[in-house]
Design a protein around this ligand. Structure first.
Ligand code: CU
Length: 380
């Protein structure tokens, strides 16, 4: 009996230890690979020139040589270096800014980690005790006990209770993550491309933005802007930020133009594959304004590590302003299609080669005006 007991104890200990390793490994978000020099002339130049609506309409500061506004026209927002991005020495999950994320973080910090720790320490102490107390010198005549009902009931019942205690909140969290977005949600369609992301806002007139990684000073080509500290960390900052409102449910739809990518923002507890020919959907609500970084999380080719995601979460009022500056419409105001925003000025703030909507690929319709007419329809 004792032999079997020890065997199962050792097995349990190794399982517990290996799961700790897995938990530690999971939250590391950014694959910070050593940067090889940008291999090609980079898709940035060739990619659909990030032609954006000129921020002229925004009352907010629109200084053209402000790096954050130069291409985007989005309101400048300072980055909190401890939130929404990897932090040196952090061994746990990033601080969460969505209700699901907070629930998951609580689950991890207050149920999983303590349970694993207690079990591991208990098993370790048990092993040490057995090795010392029952070593041959101390215990020359081994016990022949073969059954102990109380002990057997306990070592079956207690693990069952532990598993139940973990399963109940876990199922609740799963359910929350699969809850469909309400009708009032703002839709963001993220489209993976080798190797950048483009985004459509079908609820806001269907305008589109393209986000390329900002290169480091010295790596940029002609007309490209190098990353600065206010853009965000190296390999995570993009030329255009995805702007989203806080406190409003966001319906995230992902798809891809070529291979499987995955849209991930660790601080939102969101990771959703972008599969060619399919639409995947999930939803989340951002609680706190801020800038949040993520990366493509599906191995998608040579420059997989160079297609980051930058989300700027702003108040709904600022979001409405931004949408207007992009030539889009807010769902309420869109009732009157007469608001044909004057042809969006695509000449300002364009660093890359200017392409008009017709010149680029079918999905890469970079002209905000082309889509404005079909307000409310989901661009495929
Ligand atoms: Cu990718």
């Amino acid at each position: 009996m004792r032999r079997i007991g020890i065997k199962s104890i050792v097995l349990a200990a190794s399982l517990a230890i290996s799961s700790i390793g897995a938990a530690d490994a999971a939250p590391q978000p950014a694959p910070i690979a050593p940067v090889a020099k940008p291999v090609e002339a980079a898709p940035v130049a060739a990619s659909p020139a990030t032609v954006q609506a000129a921020p002229a309409a925004v009352a907010a500061p629109a200084v053209s040589n402000d790096p954050m506004l130069a291409v985007d026209g989005a309101p400048a927002m300072a980055i909190d270096p401890k939130v929404g991005q990897p932090v040196d020495g952090l061994i746990t999950i990033q601080p969460q800014v969505t209700p699901n994320g907070k629930q998951a973080l609580w689950f991890h910090n207050w149920l999983l980690v303590p349970t694993i720790t207690i079990i591991t320490i208990f098993v370790l102490l048990l092993l040490v005790w057995v090795v010392i107390r029952y070593r041959r010198a101390n215990n020359p005549v081994a016990s022949k006990t073969s059954h102990n009902t109380i002990l057997e009931v306990l070592w079956t019942g207690v693990p069952v209770l532990i598993l139940l205690g973990l399963a109940l909140p876990s199922i609740g969290l799963l359910q929350a993550q699969y809850k469909p977005a309400p009708k009032t949600a703002v839709t963001l369609k993220a489209i993976g491309n080798q190797w950048y992301w483009s985004y459509q806002y079908p609820d806001n007139g269907g305008f589109e933005i393209t986000a390329n990684m900002l290169k480091e000073a010295g790596e940029t080509g002609k007309g490209e802007r190098a990353r600065t500290a206010i853009d965000g960390p190296r390999l995570l900052a993009t030329d255009n930020r995805v702007v989203l409102p806080v406190g409003v449910p966001i319906r995230l739809i992902t798809t891809s133009n070529d291979v499987i990518h995955s849209w991930e923002i660790p601080a939102f507890w969101i990771k959703l594959d972008a599969v060619p020919g399919r639409l995947n959907e999930t939803s989340f609500t951002i609680d706190k304004p801020g800038v949040y970084f993520g990366v493509c999380s599906e191995l998608c080719g040579a420059r997989h590590g160079y297609m980051p995601i930058t989300v700027e979460a702003v108040t709904p009022a600022v979001y409405a302003q931004w949408v207007k500056a992009k030539g889009g419409t807010m769902p309420g105001a869109a009732a009157a299609p007469a608001t044909a925003e004057p042809a969006v000025d695509v000449t300002a703030n364009v660093t890359g080669p200017v392409a008009d909507g017709a010149a680029t690929g079918p999905v890469r319709n970079t002209s905000a005006t082309a889509n404005a007419a079909g307000a409310g329809t989901v661009g495929q």
